[in-house]
Design a protein around this ligand. Structure first.
Ligand SMILES: Nc1ncnc2c1ncn2[C@@H]1O[C@H](COP(=O)(O)OP(=O)(O)O)[C@@H](O)[C@H]1O
Ligand SMILES: [Mg+2]
Length: 326
């Protein structure tokens, strides 16, 4: 099992508990073969947490450090990413932080399988549209290298914002490098005005690169109304270009039937916005992130995650305490 927690230093950025609850419940409905399964959430000692399945493998970000994916694998991973993201969009959610670090390549006997991670920024668009208090206007979330123009300018985001980021990520799968590079401010400028480079110019020899280019240009159009309406539409277009063996539909359907049901959120909790992660296990290995900690736990047996969490949190989350405020 994997535990994702928010460190105490970020607690002041929480929104309301109601909102965390709403978001965590929404995640609980996202049972899909290409989305990490969230099985529980709650707050322990003022620390909000999510419990997930523990995945074996590596992030796409780490995989891409070793160079581009071969074209067939890139097609398959792109389809799997869009299948997971399409499912998110069908439910009226937007991920808002699609990037290689939030895409996991799970190791399986059939090769890597995509799992979409990190819904800390996901929001129910439908709900936020009805409740002005839920979204402060002008909030800028995301990562400059993968931000859509409307995120850069702080305008409303929707499924097409994820389509844009997915276009950049798919480019990177094939090309082995990001389409836009530079300082944060340079990246933001490029997102606003520079068209996507052509795959053939960046990595000659990608089969079918011209048709891929036109698909990716559409996905990453600066005007969102020119893009695919959602990941499902982008997936359908990509499917047309994929070599037959890269078509992972059959595998996706098989995997889907063996998935656990939606998790049962057990407790009220608060907003996990700054993103911190605990993957928790018997043999605790800690990876300290900017916002939190990851623990790797080999076995789901033994003490419950709440006990482990308490144990693990004590030294790691004991930042200077605000006296008796919480
Ligand atoms: N369920 C999981 N199982 C194994 N590793 C995970 C899991 N979730 C996340 N990770 C690893 O931790 C990294 C950060 O996770 P993420 O949810 O994106 O946290 P953050 O909010 O800090 O960005 C991922 O890139 C991945 O390598
Ligand atoms: Mg992340």
């Amino acid at each position: 099992m994997a535990l994702k927690v928010l460190r105490k230093q970020h607690n002041e950025h929480w929104g309301s508990r109601q909102r965390f609850e709403r978001e965590a419940r929404a995640l609980g409905t996202l049972a899909h073969p290409h989305i990490v399964a969230v099985t529980d959430f709650g707050i322990e000692e003022d620390v909000p947490f999510l419990v997930m399945e523990l995945l074996e493998g590596e992030s796409l970000e780490s995989r891409l450090r070793g160079g581009p994916l071969d074209a067939e694998l890139a097609h398959r991973c792109a389809q799997e990413l869009l299948a997971g993201l399409g499912f998110v969009h069908e439910r009226g959610l937007v991920h808002r932080d699609i990037k290689p670090g939030n895409i996991f390549l799970e190791r399986t006997e059939q090769g890597p399988r995509v799992k979409l991670l990190d819904f800390g920024l996901a929001k129910l668009v439908v709900a936020t549209a009805h409740d002005a208090n839920l979204t402060r206007s002008g909030e800028v979330f995301g990562t400059p290298a993968y931000m859509a123009p409307e995120q850069v300018t702080g305008e409303a985001v929707d499924a097409r914002t994820d389509v844009y980021a997915a276009g950049l990520v798919v480019f990177e799968m094939f090309a082995g490098r990001r389409p836009f590079v530079g300082s944060d401010s340079e990246l933001l400028r490029q997102q606003l005005v520079d068209p996507l480079p052509r795959l053939g110019d960046v990595r000659p020899g990608v089969p079918g690169s011209e048709r891929l280019d036109s698909l990716l240009l559409r996905a990453t159009h600066k005007e969102k109304k020119q893009r695919f309406a959602d990941a499902g539409q982008m997936a359908a277009a990509l499917q047309e270009l994929a070599p037959r063996r890269a078509n992972s539909k059959a595998r996706t359907a098989r995997a889907g039937s063996s998935r656990p049901l939606s998790p049962r959120p057990s407790r009220v909790a608060s907003v996990l916005r700054a993103g911190a992660l605990l993957v928790c296990g018997v043999a605790l290995t800690a990876i300290v992130l900017a916002g939190g900690v990851i623990y790797l736990l080999d076995s789901p047996d033994g003490p419950s995650h709440r006990v482990l969490l308490k144990r693990a949190l004590a030294p790691l989350l004991d930042e200077p305490r605000a006296p008796a405020q919480r």
